[in-house]
Structure formats: C-alpha cells, structure tokens
Design a protein around this ligand. Structure first.
Ligand code: HEC
Ligand code: HEC
Length: 386
C-alpha cells in the first residue's frame, strides 16, 4: 500500500513535460529566442587559399537559428518510438548516442526486422552538411528527416498515422504549441523542423585533436602526431577529402570500396540516370568520433580503422568488381603505407573522439512508450540522463 502511494506521488510529481528555454552548450541565445553556434574555430579564416590539412581553418556554415524549445521537442521526437508504424523503433534506435549516433551494425534493421542496404552514418556535426545520405540525395535535414519515417524497411509509418498519434497524445499538442507558437494542428513540417533543430545541436569540436589545433601541443601523443602528419601528407592524401576541421570536404568521391560478400554493387550517387560519372560515388564522410562508429563505409564492410585505412593502400581499384568501369577519384592511388603508418593513422583518428556535448537521453517520453530496448544499455561516462 505504502509503496503504491509513494509510487503514485512520484509519478504525479514527475508528470507533465515542458521544453527547455536554454540553448544547448556551445550555443548562445539571441534576443529573438534563437540558438546560434559559437566555437573556437570562429576565430580562423576560411579554407580559401589555405591549402588542405591546415589545422586553423574556419568551419563551413552551420544550420542554426532554431529556438531552444524546437531543439528540445526534437530531442523527445528523436528518442520516441511513436514515430514508427508499430511503435517499436525510434530514430535513436539506429542512431544511438552511445555509439556515436550509429547502430554498430554493418546494415541497419527496420522496425519490422527488414535488413537495409546501407550502414547508419554518425549524426555528430550533421548541421554542417549541405547534402545528406551516403549518396548525397537529400538537400537539407528537413527533407532527410521525413524519409526514414515512411521508408517501408525503416520506420514504415505514414504521415497520417503519425500526425493522428501525436494529436491524440496527452502531451505532444501542448509541446508543439510551445515550440511553434500559435498552432493547434501539428503538421509534418513541424516534425521535420524539430528533428532538424535537435540534430543540428550535435556538436563535436572539442576533441584532443582540437585542443592541439588551437595550440595545446601536448594534447596529442607522439604516435598521434606522426599519424596526423601521414594523414595530411601528399603520400596518403587523406586530408584532400577528409579535410579538417570537419574531416570531410562534403564532396562525392568514387573510391571503389567493396560490398560485403554476396551483396549487389551499390551505384551510390551514380544510380540516377545521367550520373554515370558518379557510379560507385559516395559522400566523403566525416571522421569525427570515428573510433565509436565501426563498422566502416557505406556497407559497413570494414570492422576496424586499420582495415579501413589499409583499403587505400591495397592499390587503386583493387576491390572494384569485374565488369564495373568506375571513374576513380585521382587522389585514390597507391600510397604504399607501411603497417606502422597505418597504425599511426588509426591512433590519430582515435584523437578525434569528443562526446562532451552528448545530449541527455529523456528518462521518460511524452508518448508514455518505453525507450527502445537498444537504448536501455548503460550510457558512456560522459552521458547525462535527465
Ligand atoms: C532503420 C534504421 C534507421 C532509422 C530508424 C533512422 N535512420 Fe537515419 N539513417 C539510417 C541509414 C542506414 C542511413 C544512410 C542511408 C543512405 O545513405 O541511403 C541514415 C541516414 C541518416 C542521415 C544522413 C546523415 C548523413 O551524414 O548523410 C540523417 C540526418 C538521419 N539518418 C537522421 C535520422 C532521423 C532524424 C531519423 C528518425 C526520423 C532516422 N534517421 C531514422 C538508418 C536509420
Ligand atoms: C578521394 C577522396 C578520399 C580520400 C583521398 C580518402 N578518403 Fe576516406 N572516404 C572517402 C569516401 C567517399 C568514403 C566513403 C566510401 C564508401 O562508403 O564506400 C570514405 C570513407 C572513409 C572511412 C570510413 C568512414 C565511415 O564513417 O564509415 C574512413 C575511416 C576513411 N575514409 C579514412 C581515410 C583515410 C585514413 C584516408 C587516407 C589514407 C582516406 N580516407 C582517404 C573519400 C576519401
């Protein structure tokens, strides 16, 4: 009896949801209630005429200007399995905070168990990207967000069911009113805006590498500095495509990575008619938090950073299937890296880990649904649960 009474009062106390009025760390609130990103890279000039691989170069433009309420509503939506047809899968199921916002699988699994054809990319620093998806087919976070919700092999939902579920919920209509002043009818544009707002707050720019870049030389070990120098060299050429500070130049490159055994060739950005030159081309991924997001490449083909790096040194086009005539990027060649250089590069890539701004996983969801099973694992030490 006493236990029930205590439990009941705890529930009523914790009842109700309201959205944060503060910006996430690293963002400043403007007078008109928008969060703008502030980083130490603001002090540096643009990449223009600086060559590649320089450490003190500016970041590309970032999607910001969302309100604290939109960011926080997006956080609830991102973790809520209400977004999937059978209420079992959230965005965070495949983009798990504890795994660098990936799922640790080579290929993602949908809410009904369907296995997809590509690996879930990290979402850290996604607010800087001009094109989304491995094949760069989405032009904005808003456009991207609506795709997995309805994809049959992912969340398999429909806009009509999702909006009906949100509207019928005890809390969401009031939360949407807090985030989008003056609206009574929830719509998909608001869902996409809130998800984009949350994702644009996932900033990782405070790794040991960054401390080094800003002038603290001791932040990297000797091994990591050697790795950085090989990474930036014109022998390895990694920084030509994985350009600091984001560790991507955001271009599509045909590099000829292999598919897992038995899987059909993925034409990537070349799948569209008229894009033959981009056949087998993929967006250069960021290498931020890369030590947390194995397995690697669009098909999750490589299990470790050493394996992924070794790919580049095995010879231009060595993994291209017979019969495919790909226009490989000119920076893909035969750098002949030694085993030692490969482990130095892998060590350097490990210095790009920074989860200090990991957002809090909600302890409860407005839908009343439990967090998906895959999120019930202990969070890494840097994580905070609220
Ligand atoms: C079933 C697993 C799964 C679910 C659920 C899922 N995603 Fe993804 N996500 C993926 C995969 C796989 C890709 C890469 C697909 C491709 O490139 O074709 C991806 C790509 C992305 C990208 C592009 C990142 C980049 O660097 O290009 C973003 C952003 C993203 N997802 C956000 C979301 C959001 C928001 C949700 C919830 C509405 C969501 N995802 C739900 C698996 C998933
Ligand atoms: C010509 C541009 C280019 C160069 C040069 C290049 N990369 Fe890449 N990198 C890419 C592309 C494109 C992908 C994605 C390919 C795919 O998924 O099939 C990728 C993927 C990766 C990945 C996996 C990322 C993930 O999220 O799964 C790692 C690790 C990586 N590269 C490291 C390196 C290293 C180390 C070097 C130098 C030895 C290098 N890259 C040189 C374009 C390049």
């Amino acid at each position: 009896m006493i236990v029930t009474a205590l439990l009941f009062s705890a529930l009523t106390l914790a009842d109700g949801f309201s959205l944060s009025t503060h910006c996430p760390p690293s963002f400043e609130l403007t007078a008109d209630n928008r969060c703008t990103l502030v980083t130490r890279y603001d002090a540096y000039d643009s990449l223009q005429n600086k060559g590649v691989g320089g450490t003190r170069t500016a970041l590309p433009a970032h999607r910001d200007g969302f309100s604290p309420q939109q960011i926080d509503l997006g956080r609830y939506l991102f973790f809520d399995p209400l977004l999937s047809a059978n209420h079992k899968q959230a965005c965070a199921s495949c983009h798990q905070p504890a795994r660098g916002f990936t799922d640790g699988k080579a290929l993602s699994t949908g809410t009904y168990g369907d296995i997809g054809t590509r690996s879930a990319p990290s979402l850290w620093n996604v607010g800087f990207l001009k094109k989304l998806f491995w094949d760069a087919r989405a032009g904005s976070l808003e456009q991207q967000a609506l795709i997995p919700i309805v994809a049959p092999h992912e969340m398999a939902n429909s806009p009509a069911q999702l909006l009906a579920d949100l509207q019928a919920n005890a809390y969401y209509p009031a939360l949407f009113r807090q985030a989008f002043a003056g609206t009574d009818q929830i719509d998909m544009t608001q869902v996409a805006t809130a998800l984009s707002a949350f994702q644009s707050s996932l900033i990782s720019l405070n790794s040991r590498y960054d401390h080094y870049a800003h002038g603290y030389h001791q932040a990297l070990t000797k091994q990591e500095i050697k790795g950085m120098n090989v990474f930036r060299s014109f022998v390895a050429r990694c920084a030509e495509c994985h350009t600091p500070p984001l560790f991507t130049n955001q271009q599509i490159a045909v590099i000829g990575t292999p598919e897992p055994d038995g899987m059909a060739f993925d034409a990537g950005a070349g799948a569209e008619p008229g894009h033959q030159k981009l056949r087998g081309g993929f967006k250069v991924p960021t290498l931020r938090n890369i030590a947390l997001t194995a397995p690697y490449m669009h098909s999750g083909r490589f299990a470790s950073l050493e394996e992924a790096t070794e790919f580049y040194t095995k010879g231009r086009g060595h993994a291209v299937p017979a019969g495919e005539n790909l226009l490989l990027h000119w920076h893909i060649w035969e750098p002949k890296l030694t085993a030692e250089e490969i482990s130095q590069i892998a060590a350097f890539l490990g210095s790009l880990t920074d989860q200090s701004l990991l957002p809090a996983t909600p302890a409860r969801l407005p839908s009343g649904l439990a967090l998906p099973d895959e999120l019930q694992q202990p969070e890494p030490k840097t994580g905070v649960t609220e």
